[in-house]
Design a protein around this ligand. Sequence first.
Ligand SMILES: NC(=O)c1ccc[n+]([C@@H]2O[C@H](COP(=O)([O-])OP(=O)(O)OC[C@H]3O[C@@H](n4cnc5c(N)ncnc54)[C@H](O)[C@@H]3O)[C@@H](O)[C@H]2O)c1
Length: 289
Amino acid sequence: MGWFEERSGLGEAVAVITGGAGGLGEAIVLDLAANGVRSAVVDADVEAVETLRRTLTERGHDAIVHHGDARDPDVLQELFTAADDRWGRLDILVNIVGGTFRSDFVDTTPKGWDALLRTNFSHVLQTCALAIPRMRAGDRGGSIINITTIEAHRAAPGFAVYSAAKAAVEQFSRTLAVEIAPDGIRINNVAPDFVPTPNLTKFGAGDTPAMATPAGARIAIPMGRVGHVSDVSNAVVFLASGLSTYITGTTLHPDGGTLASSGWFNWPDHGWANYAPNSALAQFDSHPD
Ligand SMILES: NC(=O)c1ccc[n+]([C@@H]2O[C@H](COP(=O)([O-])OP(=O)(O)OC[C@H]3O[C@@H](n4cnc5c(N)ncnc54)[C@H](O)[C@@H]3O)[C@@H](O)[C@H]2O)c1
């Protein structure tokens, strides 16, 4: 057994994962499976569910993959029960379900707010309520990981309710971490910035987001590149594993340094500035709105 396998303790572990068939989700499920974790996954995307199921089978992994809406408590109950029946233990919960749409807050409606809160916050309460008694019963501790976002840590114009819902997950996790720490159960968040998964392009109204271009990434992201799904799944594997057994109530930021830079950009021919330099403004002078 190698150093990582020995310390990670993932070999016998069982996970429940919501939203595990999406862009980040698939990478997380497959990376956990590669380390021996048996997962019960639910996702609302029929095609993505089929693809994930096929991939897991082809790779010989023991897994349960359900199609369903994680906002429905009955769907979650069914998923946890299926994991109980198959494996009789629970060690890891990963909440990945989330999503948003771009709109100024004043143009949104209570129906839209409700949808955003249910998609990005409420189901996390449900899954935690289902997971914690099971982890306590196992008496081996446990690890809960929520995928939040950099937008929970800064203003996000056009995404006010999404940003608030993800910030709610952050604050919920901080408090819950303290309540469940005596049981050896940990809860942490992973807050990515831009990882170009297929669904993300929708938020740019079909445009390629500027950050996805090499020049845009070089200006906006200190490390000069967009995120890869493995940047996020690596952080999840670490938090799920025995390498992080003394880490709880906090957030990892696989974002290439964007949270740290917060408004500072690496402009071509100018370098770091927290304003647009004259060289960048020149193009607007010749093309006024
Ligand atoms: N990709 C990024 O740049 C990025 C950045 C920051 C945060 N995030 C967060 O990461 C998570 C995953 O994002 P992604 O880029 O992989 O997007 P994605 O759309 O590919 O993944 C979300 C998955 O959740 C599923 N899902 C959505 N609502 C569901 C529901 N009610 N029930 C069951 N499944 C549901 C979708 O079918 C999809 O497979 C989201 O929470 C998102 O907010 C992503």
